[in-house]
Design a protein around this ligand. Structure first.
Ligand SMILES: [Zn+2]
Length: 297
């Protein structure tokens, strides 16, 4: 099958980091990730840290505009950035619903952004996405507006709006009449998400990798990155990549990914136990950093 699009993620200097290839269009579409290896110049299958950098981070670093547009997909980010060229505006995304985190807002701020217009896809994940963006932005002082679009069919997005002849001028006119969001406008579900994300100055403590060693039965001398069978789907060959030095995991087969707290929270769920992310973080610290072994996994 031939790719229908390739989206390259770059660092602030424009050096390639990862790319996402889309195959097919519409409901049957799927994506695959590759990581750039600067040592060899080759693209390697998979991306263990797919959602670390904003799509178009290099463009906002170059233009340093105080106003940035945020959308849900790379396809929309490309289309809107093209359309917004006369206004010298850039559209970014974290790569999809449920992927926006505090570090994305930090990246905006680092590159001079102080105001964001966010655009929701016409569905519940789209609504959740823009409020995640708003919650993280507000927590570090980036003013944010959610700009409603005339979208009619479930799943439509700003790409469809532009395709139908909608213009950036219309969007900017509309935006002038929309108030900036206040913290009290953020729905409680998105506030919870905000609280559970690590603060900006959060540093991974390598001792927390104990949770991977114990649950995945890794050899005691395991270090760095290792592959093992996934505990979140029936896995006959090793699909789960664990980076012990960074504390991150990613399954190339079922797509689950995150840090130690997410890993523990998801693992507990497979055992029928519901654990909040903040609770997971507390338990892991007690067990692996404070050595309070009486706290069970
Ligand atoms: Zn898996």
């Amino acid at each position: 099958m031939n790719p229908t699009a390739i989206y390259t993620y770059a660092d602030a200097n424009g050096n390639p980091l990862r790319r996402k290839t889309r195959f097919g269009n519409g409901p049957g579409k799927f994506f695959s990730w590759q990581t750039y290896d600067p040592a060899t110049g080759y693209w390697i299958s998979g991306a263990s840290n797919a959602n670390t950098a904003l799509y178009h981070l290099d463009l906002i670093a170059k233009t340093r505009r105080p106003l940035v547009l945020v959308v849900e997909s790379e396809k929309s980010a490309d289309a809107l950035t093209d359309a917004a060229q006369p206004f010298d505006l850039i559209a970014v995304t974290s790569g999809g619903a449920k992927t926006w985190a505090r570090h994305h807002s930090d990246q905006l701020r680092t590159h001079a952004c102080r105001q964001v217009y966010a655009f929701a896809d016409h569905d519940q994940p789209g609504q959740d996405f823009v409020f995640d963006v708003a919650a993280c932005n507000l927590s570090i002082g980036i003013s944010t507006k959610i700009i409603p679009l005339p979208l009619f069919v479930k799943g439509e997005d700003i790409y469809n709006f532009l395709e139908r002849g909608g213009t950036v001028e219309q969007i900017l006119n509309r935006a002038q009449r929309i108030p900036w969001l206040k913290a009290t406008d953020i729905p409680s579900r998105n506030r919870e998400q905000l609280k559970s994300s690590p603060p900006t100055d959060w540093k991974y403590d390598v001792r927390l990798s104990g949770v991977y060693r114990e649950i995945l039965h890794l050899p005691p001398n395991a270090t760095g990155e290792c592959m093992t069978t996934c505990v979140f789907h029936p896995d006959s060959r090793p699909s789960l990549s664990v980076n012990l030095s960074k504390g991150l995991f990613h399954c190339f087969a079922c797509g689950v990914q995150g840090g130690t707290s997410t890993f523990y929270m998801r693992w507990a769920k497979t055992r029928g136990r519901m654990v909040l992310k903040s609770e997971a973080a507390r338990k892991l610290r007690a067990r692996y950093i404070d050595n309070r072994r009486e706290i069970e996994l």
